[in-house]
Design a protein around this ligand. Structure first.
Ligand code: 3PG
Length: 210
């Protein structure tokens, strides 16, 4: 089950690649250093090909698509081999399309009403975005106290500094964020730096989820 995988891995690196030639080296670092997961943001033309390369060359890796705003993008992502779909907000049309296509979908929410929309669509897991800017863990806890069956995958303002706090809360499955493989680091090929950030994130997860 994909949500168990998310929970085990603990971190969903949000990846914005300018060039799909960086897909394989990056996937190798993620898989080799304890975070075999990537959410490839549909914000660059390289996104689709990046998913294709990662899923073909690293079949055990949990690779999905992020920033999916339309059903057309969802199609592109699925055709490229994405194993999950994430969006910053909740578009009922996109969510329903993913459900009908049998692909796990995790829409972003920030309010009680949006969570109720997610429930109405049959979802049990939502992204909380932008997490820190929307009140962070305190807001998640307040929402979770009402929606007892809902679990959260926060993103926005999360880094090695606060990852442990989020993961310590049992309603948080995994945390998303750009911090371990920022666009400027991948664009300039700073693989050693990325490797050490990935290792650091994996060790935080290990300590909290042991
Ligand atoms: C993104 O770029 O995906 C988010 O808006 C910000 O994420 P970050 O806070 O992890 O950089």
């Amino acid at each position: 089950m994909i949500f168990e995988q998310f929970s085990r891995i603990g971190v969903v690196p949000v990846i914005i690649l300018d060039d799909s030639k960086d897909a394989a080296p990056l996937a190798e670092i993620l898989c080799g250093n304890g975070i075999p997961c990537a959410e490839i943001a549909f914000r660059t033309p390289a996104a689709e090909e990046t998913i294709r390369i990662m899923t073909r060359e690293f079949p055990d890796m949990l690779v999905g698509a992020g920033t999916i705003l339309t059903t057309e993008q969802a199609d592109q992502a699925m055709n490229a081999g994405a194993k999950f779909i994430v969006s910053p907000g909740l578009n009922p049309k996109v969510v329903q399309y993913c459900i009908d296509s049998f692909i796990p979908v995790i829409p972003g929410v920030q309010t009680a009403s949006e969570i109720e929309q997610a429930i109405e669509l049959g979802l049990k897991v939502v992204r909380f975005f932008p997490a820190e800017q929307a009140g962070g863990l305190a807001t998640i806890k307040a929402l979770a106290s009402e929606y007892i069956d809902i679990r959260f995958m926060p993103k926005g303002g999360i880094s090695a500094k606060n990852l442990k706090d989020y993961l310590a809360y049992d309603k948080v499955i995994a945390c998303g964020g750009t911090w371990a493989a920022k666009r400027k680091l991948t664009a300039s090929g700073e693989w050693e730096r990325i490797k050490s950030l990935v290792k650091e994130a994996a060790s935080i997860v290990r300590n909290i989820r042991k």
